[in-house]
Design a protein around this ligand. Sequence first.
Ligand code: SF4
Length: 154
Amino acid sequence: MADFRTGLTQWARKRSIWVFHVNAASCNGCDIEILAALTPRYDAERLGVELVPSPRHADVLLVTGTLNPLMRDRLKTVYEQIPEPRHVVAIGACALGGGVMKDCYNVGHGIDSAIPVDLYIPGCPPRPEAIIYGILKLVTGIPDPIITGEANVG
Ligand code: SF4
């Protein structure tokens, strides 16, 4: 039954991936591009990408920003609230490695110094097309489900 549930979850995720967004001290440039990707102009929702208001409902964490010391523990807390198996996408040069703020006294060395990252989308900021492309690459990287066992429909 567990195999069936896992397969069903993977099948659903490939068709409708739910994302939660954290701004870990960005200038808001990347965040505006994420909004553009998710709102009707670029309309990532038509591809099944849905922004959710709670990390507990999300499959994927989208992170922007330089990850200053204040945000480090908060980001880890949000990451741990996302159910397994979870994925993380770092968006923008700041999230990848500090970007233009690199070497400032309060800037981290990328969000992967705090949490594991599955996909990196570079740019300052990346365009909405790049963000959508990255999320879809992540979705297509989820293995095809092998659904075994009996569905309990009784
Ligand atoms: S990568 Fe550029 S646009 Fe994005 S948060 Fe950093 S400075 Fe702003």
